[in-house]
Design a protein around this ligand. Structure first.
Ligand code: SAH
Ligand code: SF4
Length: 390
């Protein structure tokens, strides 16, 4: 059987149009004030110019929001009081509300964030056990359109996409929780040092909002995270991978999980649309792929399903010649999940075959399992409003 994936701009436009049906609500409060978080620099300048402010004001406000982390105009000490007041009458600097915050015995912290319309998503901070740094695992959607069999989020229908303010806001609110403002500059160590788009949802099915949020996080005059410190994980939305590579250039992680189409069709149903061959071709094309910037393949270890030595050898054959790394993720169970985790021996055997072929193959230690914060365990009770569902 030969497949050919539609990689035209028309197909990308079709994907984006579909995601627009799940658009987030406008970032405006009931009293009419607009949230300034999540705007691009150009949009921020336009908002401020509409209230009579010169372009330099946008630069100042950007610095206060994303470098200093303030949420109150009265703390913007480089701006005169009357202007602060004028801004406060028209705008807010929002954050998602932390509905609950749970900290695991291993230090992992899970936030349940509630957004302005009452919908909720989870974010996880995973501190490095040895050094003062850590990853913030961010959600891109509430629920997911895809339904990977091993993933808890996949059991929740897509409620809606998250907007740029809600995506970058998860990171900013996590920073609030650790008091890490102003944004550390250059190589100064950071507690919240990387962003992984590995929370709820498929980031490439909410591409534009994710892209805007990541551009904000990368902006040098604000949060200033290097693109090397951001990893986008996809289940394999092939047409959007090229665009993400060209436009964002962040690290790419691909949820492979199986080396044969028959099994991957079952585990990651998106494979029926974008099969393994096409997915790997997109990985080879990924612009950031070089020896220094390897594509990471995520491979969840499912007992007796995808963890044999033959699977490991086939994996090595598939990725031969690619600057790649394989992240082995012991399956994290969740209430009612249909699979079991591979034995430590099977994982070790698999990792050795991959490593002997020259690929780094770390086994991801499960973090925060006690609070259901590990990979694939996130899910919220948010549901689509009736009006949208109809
Ligand atoms: N939708 C994106 C990103 C979110 S999932 C994606 O699928 O890549 C982040 C990672 O966790 C993916 O590799 C996903 O396959 C993996 N994962 C999902 N459920 C899991 C589980 N129960 N145990 C371990 N990893 C899981
Ligand atoms: Fe969605 Fe990723 Fe979970 Fe699959 S693994 S259901 S794409 S969040």
């Amino acid at each position: 059987m030969s497949f050919s994936v539609d990689l035209t701009d028309a197909e990308r436009a079709r994907i984006l149009a579909k995601t627009a049906r799940f658009a987030p609500p406008a970032p405006v409060l009931a009293d009419g004030r607009r949230d300034l978080v999540g705007l691009t620099r150009a949009e921020l300048a336009a908002e401020l110019s509409a209230v009579g402010e010169a372009p330099f004001r946008a630069k100042q406000v950007w610095h206060w929001i994303y470098h200093q982390g303030v949420t109150d105009f009265s703390r913007m000490s480089t701006i005169a009081k009357p202007t602060q007041q004028k801004l406060a009458e028209r705008f807010v600097i929002g954050r998602p509300d932390a509905e609950t915050v749970q900290t695991s015995e291993d230090g992992t912290r899970k936030f349940l964030f509630r957004f302005r319309d009452g919908q909720e998503a989870e974010t996880v901070y995973i501190p490095d056990p040895e050094e003062d740094r850590g990853s913030v695992c961010i959600s891109s959607q509430i629920g997911c359109t895809l339904s990977c069999r091993f993933c808890h989020t996949g059991t929740q229908a897509l409620v809606r996409n998250l907007g740029p303010a809600e995506i970058v806001g998860q990171f900013m609110a996590a920073r609030d929780s650790y008091g890490e403002w102003p944004s550390p500059k250059g190589e100064t160590p950071r507690l919240l040092s990387t962003i992984v788009l590995m929370g709820m949802g498929e980031p490439l099915y909410n591409y534009e909002n994710v892209a805007t949020a990541m551009k904000i996080a990368m902006d040098h005059e604000g949060i200033a995270l290097s693109r090397r410190r951001i990893t986008l994980s996809t289940s394999g939305v092939v047409p959007m991978m090229d665009r993400a590579g060209a436009e964002l250039g962040v690290n790419l992680a691909v949820s492979l999980h199986a080396v044969r189409d028959e099994l991957r069709d079952e585990l990651v149903p998106l494979n029926r649309k974008y099969p393994i061959g096409e997915l790997l071709a997109a990985c080879r094309r990924y612009p950031a792929a070089s020896n220094a910037r390897r594509v990471t393949f995520e491979y969840v270890m499912l007992k007796g399903l995808n963890d044999s030595e033959a699977d490991a050898r086939e994996l090595v054959r598939l990725i031969a010649g690619m600057p790649a790394k394989v992240n082995l993720i012991p399956f994290n169970p969740w209430p009612g999940s249909p699979y079991a985790t591979s034995s430590a021996r099977a994982i070790e055997r698999f990792a050795k075959i991959v490593m002997d072929a020259g690929f780094s193959s770390p086994v991801r230690t499960p973090r925060g399992r006690d609070i259901l914060a590990a990979c694939g365990q996130l899910r919220t009770e948010s549901r689509r409003a009736r009006a949208v569902a109809g």
